[in-house]
Design a protein around this ligand. Structure first.
Ligand code: AMP
Length: 146
């Protein structure tokens, strides 16, 4: 049985059904369930494709994180009710930060959707494919249909 399960939440249409699957697995094995949302932040690039040293827009990371925390709490309230979960948010790149958290927190099962907000163009979405390639633990890619 798995003891530490990480659910990657992207707030897409399918996120609730992916979450239900993770909750059932955690329930069945008495596992700790952690939810992670990564706020995607793309730096402004210059003409050569490098991040610009000075961007005209100041990004308030504290505000971004606060808003992500609220969204994740609403997601839990709406879809998971009183299930006990840990919630985490960070700013970064989904595939990299999901893998970072898996490594840092000794996760033994990662639950993701086969597709999320990045589309249905391929068999697996871009985050799902990247994570499956490099993840050191088991991965459940819940099939998401359109
Ligand atoms: P994608 O491959 O990007 O279409 O997304 C597939 C799955 O990766 C989603 O169903 C989520 O489980 C996870 N995922 C994608 N983007 C994020 C994100 N920003 N934060 C957390 N998980 C994400």
């Amino acid at each position: 049985m798995y003891q530490t399960i990480l659910l990657a939440v992207d707030f897409s249409k399918a996120a609730a059904s992916v979450a239900q699957r993770a909750v059932r697995l955690a329930d069945a094995g008495g596992a700790k369930l952690t939810l992670l949302h990564v706020v995607e932040y793309l730096p402004v690039l210059d003409f050569s494709g490098d991040p610009m040293a000075m961007t005209p827009m100041v990004i308030d990371e504290k505000l971004l994180l606060e808003s992500a925390r609220k969204s994740l709490q609403s997601f839990v309230d709406k879809h998971l009710g009183d299930v006990e979960v840990e919630q985490q948010v960070c700013i970064g790149t989904p595939k990299l930060d999901i893998l970072r958290v898996v490594g840092e927190q000794k996760i033994d099962l990662l639950v993701i959707g086969s597709h999320g907000r990045h589309g249905f163009a391929r068999l697996l979405g871009s985050t799902a494919a990247a994570v499956l390639n490099d993840c050191p633990c088991d991965v459940l890619a819940v099939r998401v249909k359109d």
